[in-house]
Ligand binder design. Sequence first.
Ligand code: TEU
Length: 558
Amino acid sequence: MTHLIADQWWSDRVVYQIYPRSFADGNGDGVGDLAGIRERVDHLAWLGVGVVWFSPFFPSGGADSGYDIKDYRGVEARYGTLDEFDALIDDLHRHDIKVVIDQVYNHTSDEHPWFADSVAGGERRDWYIWRPARSGAEPGAPGAEPSELRSVFRGPAWTFHPDVGEYYLHLFHRKQPDLNWEVPEVRHAVYDTMRWWLDRGVDGFRLDVINLISKPDDFMAPGRRNPIATVAHGPRLAEFLQEMRREIDAGRSARTLLIGETPGVSAVEGERLTSTETEALDMLFQFEHMDVDRAATKWIANVDGSVGRLSAVLDRWQTSLRSGWNSLYWSNHDQPRAVSRFGDDGEWRARSAKTLGTVLHLLRGTPFVYQGEEIAMANVPFSGLDEIEDVESTQFATEFLADGGSPDELLDAIRHSSRDNARTPMQWDGTPEGTWAGGGSPLAIHPDHVDWNVADQRDDPTSVLHHYRWLIDLRRTDRVVAHGEYEPLIVGDDQVIAFGRRLGDDRRVVVANLSGDPASFDATLIDGLTIEHADPERSDGTAGAGELEPWESRLYRS
Ligand code: TEU
């Protein structure tokens, strides 16, 4: 049975991602919580978002900021209670905002009772992936791991468990053992959990690294070291997702929104997984545009020529996902801030943030806004490692220094690439005491909150915040933006990106200068079109037809 994307409740909505730890602090202890989020529902409603995705707020082992879950059906005490979450769902639904929660089913925490039972040799023994030491090696000795596979967070993907005498697989941290999806009981325990949340009123799931659940037969072969490249396209992935879809949607009138996080997935596979004929995911996060400014390792920025590469990647995903659907994003809790990375957080901060927003929100797919992106929050001037808490950053730092890297280079890499850039407290207003007075704040509030905050931008109709509000509204009000086909216009240029959207004879065209220098483009692209929106504003409707100021962007319509 296939379905039409345009008929789906999510097809003209923008998703807003909340990272509960740093969004809003309701009880004044310096850490974000559900009570704080409830106080800020008016911000989400004013902004016009149609869906909220919550990063994990479940009881966790604390190794990976909530992505190591030890109870899928609870709320970690410092965030609040299940009753509060129920109330939050009601608050959001009253504003016609749907709710997506983040579930991590590739792995659990090593503190999850399932893992304890597996270690103890109970009925869940094979719910995780256990292997003996490499043949001939002393179990637990250095280099005795069952294969060469590495973890995403560095070090081997295998940890020896003395009580078991074997190694368990963890593609991420050692406190995040991978579940064994080959076991039907594992899969059904997952679907039960999903149904439990659907019964509570959630509308969908963001499925963490869901493309890693099916391990290929040869994932332990010699030479297989890169965890994501090795496991990204497992043989049973589509089958498992189709089963999930059937199991959770059976007997329900509304289709559950399934958003896959799928690092390393190819555009061809992305089309297959989200195609309306496959009946698996509704949309997915690809990562290729996150790699254009990176050399071999994500940590060392290499931005030369990245605009041309960026538009080529976006174009390829737009062109490849025809029957399928893209999740569109510049940022999330794992990425440095978009305005610092793809824009210019100095001279052109507001203008570049708006231009990035315009490009993203006019593409075909579902746009995601990560908390703070709507006010152009920027990377953090960390002064030392003691200001960092993210596990990926600390594991990188340890390895980098052990390999002889210099502390200055390390700090530079952290400032460019650390996930903590995205995890500082949301900047609600310009007062340092403000919402984050508790002193228990995990990461210090960015010093620039004095100038870049929600309160000031609400009062300024020319602000980045108001621009995002307009973009979010456009998706609801302009059918060409929500449903039009994508049409490539300028791809591969090192300054300008241009593309169109078409629904019947109705067209929209975006032309954007993603650089701090003036740029020009072939003005015949916009023949017969009129300007709907321009930043900076142009009064005469046609001025500068083929010329763009630094970071200028325009939207034209037929
Ligand atoms: O991220 C998956 C993932 O691939 C990331 O490790 C990403 O490559 C990296 O963060 C880029 O810097 C998801 C979650 O979003 C992330 O927060 C978790 O740490 C990870 O899964 C493990 O659950």
